[in-house]
Write a protein that binds this ligand. Structure first.
Ligand SMILES: [Zn+2]
Length: 272
């Protein structure tokens, strides 16, 4: 497990080592969307983001590890747990939510109190289809509250997606990396955009993952970043499909080994 408290403690430790810890925004249930930064703000900036999907909470731990290992020349901004409410729900069930939400959440979860496969935020919106990039046109989109794939009432309706979008515009990174699970694949490009395909391919090769286009993808953070800036956005799907989501954190060293080259490769490209 990797709770919101575990994350907060890890970020405090990184801050004690000199990183800058800050709040990007707040979740539906009022939790901090923590951010952490290292490096200089004058040159190129990079952003890595994790746990946008509740059940993929292990990617928050992975982001923290990759941040800690990074010593490239570009400034590095990390938002490790973009959906803290969902991440807590997936790990600890409905007792982690405010009591007034419990009945609704269980109803949306088909009457079950097992939230381990929950993907959405506290409002039952899937944050990675809530961004304004061909919003509502994705192949798997759902149009009512659901454990996964619900696009929300309108684009950027959710405090978490809105905060991440506004924050991204503010820091203007050269590239964004979104850590998801599972599939051992990297997705790049969006619609008619395919920024820096050779850089994307060499990063994918470094991880030993294939680089694919996500056909039918819309409303994702990567989609939004590429469509808004025409810069490089990557979605990295770690972990094999045989690994249950709640076992991914026991493979964290293997996942770190696979993906630790991504940020240094980006930093080298943009600072050379
Ligand atoms: Zn995901």
């Amino acid at each position: 497990m990797y709770s919101f408290e575990d994350l907060t403690a890890d970020l405090d430790e990184l801050a004690a080592k000199g990183a800058k810890k800050f709040v990007v925004g707040r979740s539906v249930f009022g939790r901090e969307l923590w951010g952490i930064f290292k490096g200089g703000t004058d040159g190129p900036q990079l952003l890595i983001q994790g746990a946008m999907h509740a059940r993929e909470w292990a990617t928050a731990k992975l982001c923290v590890r990759l941040f800690d290992l990074y010593d490239g020349e570009a400034g590095l901004w990390c938002v490790p747990m973009t959906d803290p409410d969902g991440a807590m729900l997936a790990q600890f069930g409905v007792s982690s939510a405010p009591p007034e939400y419990a009945e609704r959440l269980i109803r949306i979860n088909g009457g079950s109190e097992d939230f381990s496969l929950w993907k959405a935020n506290g409002n039952a919106v899937d944050l990675n289809v809530n961004f304004n990039a061909l919003w509502g046109t994705g192949a798997s989109n759902v149009f009512e509250p659901s454990p996964s794939d619900y696009v929300g009432q309108y684009a950027l309706s959710e405090p978490e997606s809105r905060a991440l979008a506004l924050f991204t515009l503010k820091i203007a990174p050269e590239a964004t990396v979104s850590m998801h699970a599972r599939g051992e694949v990297i997705y790049g490009g969006f619609g008619c955009y395919d920024p820096l395909p050779e850089l994307a391919r060499s990063i994918a090769d470094g991880c030993g993952y294939p680089l694919l286009r996500a056909e039918g993808s819309a409303g994702g953070y990567k989609d939004w970043f590429i469509a808004t800036t025409a810069k490089l956005g990557l979605t990295v799907e770690v972990g094999s499909n045989d690994t249950p989501y709640d076992r991914l954190d026991s493979q964290i060293e293997e996942l770190v080994a696979r993906t630790r080259g991504i940020l240094p490769a980006l930093a080298a490209y943009y600072t050379e």
